[in-house]
Design a protein around this ligand. Structure first.
Ligand code: ZN
Length: 339
């Protein structure tokens, strides 16, 4: 990794709270709580079990979320995980971070949604101060569940929440099943960003045109909706043109995409072409624990793959913060770190 990558100010919009625990925290919380289900209490063994296998025989280990969510069922644990996320990101040169999580999966031991959201919000507030990073929290509903309206209402109730997202499996679980929830969010000025990964070709259209999302979670497959003729860009559909013209931020997660099989490696990723074409691409970690990735490593992979320099990353960081969902005053505070 080039030295400057670690220190250059970075910004992340797409980082799942329950996908970014430290391995040792997962073990400690499990021991404290008498949680018996971890496959191992040994740091290296557990890390090896969670993270992608070098031979790619198993991509993302979905079972790992049962355990991270399993130990995040009380306020102290949720607060601790939030604080540590901001500490780790800040130590890695991140000046602006949006963390996201699905509140309704933390109710299994009786926490109320208010207790859950307040634990994260308090962690964000304290972490911002302690680790000198600007941060915000997004609430996720799951595409395969029927409770997205409830999650939007939580976004409306909790003024410190900065946005709404739909996560979860996309094939067979269209965003359009959550029309009402997305409309309610937009009506109430809740910022919306929705996952639209590579498996559903019409995903971007559903997200930006039908659901009025301000950003797209992933979105790298938009490369299939454009072509280049004589050096200029041509759009194959309205959605791609809309994303380009309106500088809709694409929350690209290169490592996660590679691990899920969308690309064979980061240098094959559409990021480079989209960046050169002038799309508003941002660089994101998705799940730091499950993908065994840090923000610096993510940026470094992009830098090495596409020949980007410090100026490019600074410009991406600026665009990323501009696309952020926190208020302008806080965004300005993060932008100050770029000068
Ligand atoms: Zn995600």
């Amino acid at each position: 990794m080039q030295d400057w990558v670690k220190t250059v100010p970075k910004a992340v919009l797409h980082d799942h709270l329950d996908g970014g625990l430290r391995v040792e925290t997962l073990i400690e919380l499990a021991n404290e709580q008498g949680y018996q289900n971890l496959p191992s209490n040994n740091h290296n063994e557990l890390k090896k079990w969670i993270q992608p296998k070098p031979d790619k025989s198993l991509a993302i280990n979905l079972e790992a979320w049962d355990h991270t969510i399993g130990v995040m069922q009380d306020q102290d644990s949720i607060y601790r995980v939030t604080m540590e996320a901001l500490e780790d990101l800040s130590n890695d040169g991140v000046v602006y971070a949006e963390l996201r999580f699905a509140p309704l999966v933390h109710t299994f031991k009786g926490l109320s949604t208010a207790e859950i959201i307040n634990s994260v919000v308090n962690g964000i507030k304290d972490g911002m101060e302690k680790f000198d990073v600007v941060a915000g929290v997004i609430l996720c509903a799951m595409r395969q569940e029927q409770n997205s309206l409830e999650v939007v209402n939580l976004c409306i109730e909790h003024k410190d929440v900065v946005g709404f997202d739909l996560a979860g499996p996309e094939v067979g679980f269209s965003v359009l099943n959550h029309k009402e929830a997305c409309a309610l969010a937009v009506e109430n000025n809740i910022n919306v960003t929705l996952h639209a990964d590579w498996e559903v070709p019409e995903g971007i259209k559903e997200v930006v045109l039908h659901s009025k999302a301000k950003r797209v979670g992933h979105g790298s497959q938009i490369i299939n909706d454009i072509s280049f003729e004589n050096g200029s860009i041509r759009f194959k559909n309205d959605a791609a043109k809309y994303v380009f013209d309106n500088k809709i931020a694409l929350e690209i997660c290169p490592t996660s995409n590679v691990q899920c099989g969308a690309y064979s490696n980061v240098s094959e990723h559409s990021f480079g072409e989209l960046y050169t074409a002038g799309f508003n691409v941002t660089i994101n970690t998705d799940n730091r624990l499950m993908s065994d990735i840090t923000m610096s490593e993510e940026v470094s992979n992009v830098v090495e793959s596409f020949g980007l320099g410090e100026k490019d990353i600074l410009s991406i960081t600026k665009n990323t913060i501009d696309a952020g969902f926190v208020g302008q005053e806080l965004k300005s505070k993060a932008l100050e770190k770029l000068s």
